[in-house]
Design a protein around this ligand. Structure first.
Ligand code: HPA
Length: 273
């Protein structure tokens, strides 16, 4: 990751020259959830395409901009859209904005995504706070020479989901009268949705939800010493053989329906933090 050090410094200098900002909380908004950035006050936007070294999302539902603003008097940087491994980007390109946000001053990172439900008690539209994750991407953004300025060579993933942050999400959900699930997220590369045997296997090894993102950013955040909080919007559950196959449109449609609930949860989380 050392090769990204210069890029990071360049990107951070570019943003700092453009805007007078001091974000403390980073918020990565997943598929169909980007609109939350409209909630921020005193908004200032920088498109990813303007930032030197930043990768730009090619997926529908991912706008591709940093939105700087305030909520409950707190300085926030929201990522309206992210890039994914299946788009052909490297793990380091995916982690890059986390390194930028860390350098800009954040200490807390909220990561959201759309995910498929494996736990049989989950229903489309449920929200799940991650208590742990399984990395089935067979890759890691920290491979390569370590950047000691950001974090240690061998960070422990037991630190990836701090209990205090999980409790913040639970408290926020309770206040919003939302029944929030807790569980383990399994990351696959995508872009394929799993078949029957794969879903069965994923459930068997302890996953409650499956998706194509979040874990690279979680690893980068943990390495950088950030307090992470990851939340999945469950957009679908394992299909029966007599049902229509899952489509991206279905995922986006459910994410859209969940928006008001998601908004209430994130608002309450930001208020508590
Ligand atoms: N599998 C993988 N990724 C997903 C799914 C799924 O079922 N739903 C939304 N993202």
């Amino acid at each position: 990751m050392i090769e990204f050090k210069e890029k990071r410094i360049k990107a951070v200098n570019f943003i700092k020259q453009k805007l007078d900002i001091d974000p403390k909380i980073g918020l990565i908004l997943g598929s169909g959830l980007g609109e939350y950035s409209n909630e921020l006050e005193d908004k200032k936007i920088i498109k990813y395409s303007e930032v030197p070294g930043m990768a730009v999302s090619t997926v529908e539902g991912h706008a591709g901009e940093f939105v700087f603003g305030k909520k409950f008097g707190k300085d926030i940087v929201a990522m309206n859209g992210r890039v994914h491994y299946y788009e052909g980007y490297t793990m380091k390109e995916i982690a890059f904005p986390v390194w930028i946000m860390k350098e800009l001053g954040i200490s807390k990172l909220i990561i959201t995504n759309a995910a498929g439900g494996l736990n049989k008690t989950f229903r489309p539209g449920d929200l799940m706070v991650l208590t742990d994750h399984l990395n089935f991407m067979n890759n890691n953004p920290l491979i390569g020479k370590n950047d000691d300025e950001i974090g240690p060579r061998f960070p422990a993933m037991t630190e990836a989901h701090p209990q205090e942050m999980i409790e913040v999400a639970e408290k926020a959900a309770k206040k919003a009268d939302i029944h929030i699930m807790k569980g383990v997220y399994l990351a696959i590369t995508g872009p394929v949705y799993e078949g029957y045997a794969m879903s069965k296997f994923q459930r068997l090894i302890g996953a409650d939800a499956v998706g194509m993102s979040t874990v690279p950013e979680l690893i980068a955040g943990t390495h950088a010493g950030l307090d992470n909080l990851a939340i999945s919007c469950i957009t679908d559950v394992m299909k029966g053989k007599d049902e229509e196959s899952l489509t991206h449109e279905e995922v986006m449609m459910v994410a859209k329906k969940v928006k008001p609930k998601f908004k209430r949860l994130i608002n309450n989380i930001l208020e508590i933090l």
